[in-house]
Design a binder for this molecule. Structure first.
Ligand SMILES: [Zn+2]
Length: 342
C-alpha cells in the first residue's frame, strides 16, 4: 500500500509499504479516506529539532477513515463506518483520559504524523477508543477536519475562552484552516467577528464566511482598526495562533478583562510582553492544546446541520502533496488542503 514518508528535512516521498496485520484486541483497521494538512505538518517537514522521532515517518496528523476490520473486544463500530481519528496516542487510563480531558493525558505516547507514524497511508491499525463516528450528513472531508481544525477551535473558543453569544472576537489569520472554522463557530452563536487576512482576495472570502469586519494586516495596523471598530473599548476575546508577529497587537486589541486564547505560534515561539498592561487591564491569557474527543463529536454535529462547513483550499494527491507544504509555509492558502487517500 502507498504511504507518504518524511525521510529528511523538507523531503517527503511516496513509498510502498506493507499493510498492517489484522487488528489486535481493542483495535480497528482503518482505511484512511482523507488527510487534512496543518501547520504541525509544516513544522515537522521543516525539521524542527524539538521533536523526538525517528525517520522515516509517515506524515499526516488529521484524518478520516472507514472501518475496514474490527479486532476482538471492540464494540460500537461496524465495517464501512466513517470515523474521525483522534490525533494523539493517549493512554485511555489516566485521570485526564478518564475524565474526557484527552489532550491532557499524562502518559501520551505522541502525536501522529509528528512523533509517531501519521495517517498519510492507505490503512492503519488504531485503538477503537480513539475513533469518533461521523454522524449522518458528515462526509469524509468533514470527518477529516474535525480533530485538529474544528476540534481545536471548539476547545479554544468554548472550553477555554468561554466565548458567549453577543461578545466580540478578533480571529487572527482568518484565512487559515482554524481561522475559517473560528469565524463560523463564533458567528453561529451570535458573536461579532473581526478577522485579519493578508491579501485583498482573502478579504472577500472571509466576509463570505460571515466575518463582520475584515482587516488586511498588510495594509493597516490591525490593533488600530480594532480599537476604531470597538469604539476604543477592545474585543472580549482574541483568537491567537500566529504568535510573535501579532502578539503585541493582539494584547492591545483586548478590552479590560478580556481573554486571549492561543493554540499556536506559526510566526515564531518567543515574544516579549508588557506585564503592566497584563495586570492593569486584568487580561487573561489562556493556552489551548489540541482538543478533547468530545470537541470532535460536537464539531461534527454542527457540520451535520449545515451551519458550519469545512473550507477547502485545494485537494492534492500523494505526488502533489510536497508542493502543498511549501504553499502552506508561504501562507498562500485559504482554508484546508486535503489529501485524498482512498
Ligand atoms: Zn491518559
Amino acid at each position: 500500500m502507498r504511504a507518504l514518508h518524511l525521510v529528511d528535512d523538507r523531503k517527503v516521498v511516496a513509498v510502498d509499504i506493507a499493510p498492517p496485520p489484522p487488528p489486535a484486541i481493542g483495535e480497528v483497521t482503518v482505511r484512511v479516506r482523507a488527510v487534512a494538512l496543518n501547520h504541525i505538518d509544516v513544522w515537522g517537514w521543516r525539521g524542527m529539532a524539538f521533536a523526538k522521532r525517528k525517520m522515516p515517518l509517515v506524515i499526516g496528523a488529521e484524518a478520516s477513515g472507514e472501518v475496514a476490520a474490527i479486532g476482538p473486544g471492540v464494540a460500537g463500530l461496524v465495517p464501512g463506518q466513517l470515523v474521525s481519528i483522534y490525533g494523539a496516542r493517549t493512554c485511555g487510563l489516566c485521570r485526564p483520559c478518564r475524565e474526557g480531558r484527552d489532550n491532557l493525558c499524562e502518559h501520551v505516547a505522541g502525536v501522529h504524523g509528528f512523533h509517531l507514524d501519521g495517517f498519510a497511508q492507505e490503512e492503519i491499525n488504531l485503538p477503537a477508543r480513539l475513533l469518533v463516528p461521523a454522524p449522518p450528513g458528515v462526509d469524509e472531508i468533514g470527518a477529516a477536519v474535525a480533530p485538529v481544525t474544528f476540534g481545536t477551535v471548539e476547545h479554544m473558543l468554548f472550553d477555554n475562552a468561554k466565548l458567549e453569544p453577543g461578545e466580540t472576537v478578533l480571529v487572527q489569520a482568518g484565512g487559515s484552516g482554524i481561522g475559517t472554522a473560528a469565524i463560523q463557530l463564533a458567528k453561529r452563536i451570535g458573536c461579532t467577528v473581526i478577522t485579519t487576512v493578508g491579501s485583498d482576495d482573502k478579504v472577500a472570502k472571509a466576509r463570505a464566511l460571515g466575518a463582520d469586519h475584515v482587516i488586511n494586516y498588510r495594509e493597516d495596523r490591525f490593533e488600530g482598526v480594532v480599537r476604531k471598530i470597538t469604539k476604543k473599548k477592545g474585543v472580549d476575546v482574541v483568537f491567537e495562533h500566529v504568535g510573535a508577529d501579532t502578539w503585541a497587537g493582539s494584547m492591545l486589541s483586548l478590552k479590560r478583562g478580556g481573554r486571549l486564547v492561543t493554540c499556536g505560534s506559526t510566526s515564531g515561539v518567543t515574544t516579549s510582553m508588557n506585564l503592566m498592561q497584563l495586570f492593569q487591564q486584568q487580561l487573561r491569557i489562556i493556552g489551548s492544546f489540541g482538543c478533547r474527543m468530545e470537541n470532535m463529536a460536537n464539531a461534527m454535529q454542527k457540520m451535520a446541520t449545515g451551519r458550519v462547513v469545512p473550507v477547502i483550499d485545494t485537494e492534492v494527491d500523494f505526488d502533489t502533496l510536497p508542493k502543498a507544504l511549501e504553499r502552506m509555509e508561504g501562507r498562500d492558502v485559504f482554508g484546508k488542503i486535503i489529501l485524498r487517500v482512498s
